[in-house]
Design a protein around this ligand. Sequence first.
Ligand SMILES: *[C@@H]1O[C@H](CO)[C@@H](O)[C@H](O)[C@H]1NC(C)=O
Ligand SMILES: *[C@@H]1O[C@H](CO)[C@@H](O)[C@H](O)[C@H]1NC(C)=O
Ligand SMILES: *[C@@H]1O[C@H](CO)[C@@H](O)[C@H](O)[C@H]1NC(C)=O
Ligand SMILES: *[C@@H]1O[C@H](CO)[C@@H](O)[C@H](O)[C@H]1NC(C)=O
Ligand SMILES: *[C@@H]1O[C@H](CO)[C@@H](O)[C@H](O)[C@H]1NC(C)=O
Length: 518
Amino acid sequence: MCWQILCILLIFLGSGTSSPCHQKLYDGAFKNVVCVCNATECDEIEPVGDIPDGRAVVYRSALDGDRLRRMSVKMVGKWRKNDLVNVTITIDATERFQKIFGFGGAFTDSAGAQLEAVSEKLQNQILNAYFGENGLEYNVGRVPIASCDFSTHEYSYDDVTDDFELKNFALADEDFKWKIPFIQKAIEISKNKIKLFASPWSAPGWMKVTGRMRGGGAMRNDKRVYQAYADYFIKFFQAYSSHNIPFWGLTIQNEPSTGADMSWRWQTMNYTAETMRDFLKYYLGPALKRNELTKPLKVMILDDGRGLLPGWADTMFNDSTVSQYADGIAVHWYGNLYSPAVLLDITQRHHPDKFIFGTEACTGYFGHHGPIYGDWFRAESYADDIFTDLNHYVTGWTDWNLCLDETGGPNWAYNVVDAPIIVNRTAQEFYKQPMFYAMGHFSKFLPRDSTRVATTVQGNLAISATSVVVEGGRRASVILSKAENPLTARIVDAATGYSLVLNLPPRSIHTVIWNKRK
Ligand SMILES: *[C@@H]1O[C@H](CO)[C@@H](O)[C@H](O)[C@H]1NC(C)=O
Ligand SMILES: *[C@@H]1O[C@H](CO)[C@@H](O)[C@H](O)[C@H]1NC(C)=O
Ligand SMILES: *[C@@H]1O[C@H](CO)[C@@H](O)[C@H](O)[C@H]1NC(C)=O
Ligand SMILES: *[C@@H]1O[C@H](CO)[C@@H](O)[C@H](O)[C@H]1NC(C)=O
Ligand SMILES: *[C@@H]1O[C@H](CO)[C@@H](O)[C@H](O)[C@H]1NC(C)=O
């Protein structure tokens, strides 16, 4: 009898314990750890579960090898100001800012090529790791319209010169092999929570002054071309819709500023704020609104570095017709080192009715190109940028390729980078980089429609923090320590006076979750 109860208890406890990380160590100056997954074994994230009164649930990842490890920490009713803690983090849930839209990654050809190259079981492990309940619970996906540099070659959906009526429009093999099947699966796994947006890297080559997608140059100054390109967007959304893939939004052009560089090594197209404004005003905007399917799509301008703000938004939204056609401003992180985050605040002040959303970021695009296995500092730079963005009105953050091969490709323009998941086809296994867990600290615990609230950090400059209030009053706070030393932090919920003390190991990320008290 007794042992039966014990068994039930053990089964009960066992079901709550998720599979641990199978660590693999790589050479490096610090502890370089990846978590290895194969067709049968993959680490999962333990659910938050019920949070009893007087406790908080904490997830920790750190340079020392912890990866989203769940813990339970005691909360105390009254906090003493003169505690011997190194850092005080105060959350004021009454001071509210933007709503969170979500977090995710991109369904590039290169990511799809990795998924196609592994067994269906391993494919499912990757998609579950991102979109599943025991994974990162991504709820955003970016889909390139035709090819980008993370393709194996240049192609558009209509490469027949001067086909203004787009009679030859057709999705490419890549869509059928590498995008559609995996997007469909992700929609299913995410239980329809995923919101997709599309971005073109270039119009078909013949629509550009240069005749090719690669390299800079603008669209041919010809009304037939402008109209055909607007129709091309509609045809894309119709084609995907016929495969049961609905979209939430789009950006008008990936990194339009690179289109001013004629020798840019991959697909791009030149717009200035003025030419983007005019294309949206006279062609794309009306085309999207004329069509029932595309009418509700959220249109994002810019899709480029924040250094171009607020000017780009001012120029476009200054036109009231254009402003009606656009909903948000998409930003990429490249160049953030040279453009202060205050530009986001200024933009938000100028255009409080528009949202700002992070649409691309990756590491390994300069310095050491391609993957560095187990590199914690790349995880830190993800977290750092997400903190900065969220604390400056950005509503979410989209990573670049969901997964890549061991070289950080394929990339036909040899622009290899890193990704949170690197697939080893030879071994039929994949590696979850520290960046994967950095994303999870946000994507899993800052759900859609939670609201960012005021968070102040006192006591140490190596600490960043951001917090949200979730519907129902639950709070989640993410804390990054870039300190080389262990620190103790007191986290105070100012509205209720409840607090907890957390030991922050060197170079660590924590997400702390607790319920509102009565
Ligand atoms: C999968 O990984 C687990 C844990 O590392 C290992 O025990 C198992 O042998 C692996 N299976 C295959 C098929 O490689
Ligand atoms: C953190 O606080 C403890 C206790 O007051 C102190 O001994 C330690 O030096 C502090 N560490 C740092 C890095 O400030
Ligand atoms: C980019 O477009 C702007 C505005 O049309 C134009 O002034 C500039 O010369 C263009 N640059 C290139 C390289 O096409
Ligand atoms: C906005 O429009 C006004 C009036 O047409 C003009 O004076 C102003 O310079 C414009 N601002 C921008 C940033 O385009
Ligand atoms: C991929 O697997 C092969 C075969 O097991 C192994 O030799 C290689 O080191 C692995 N690559 C990485 C990056 O671990």
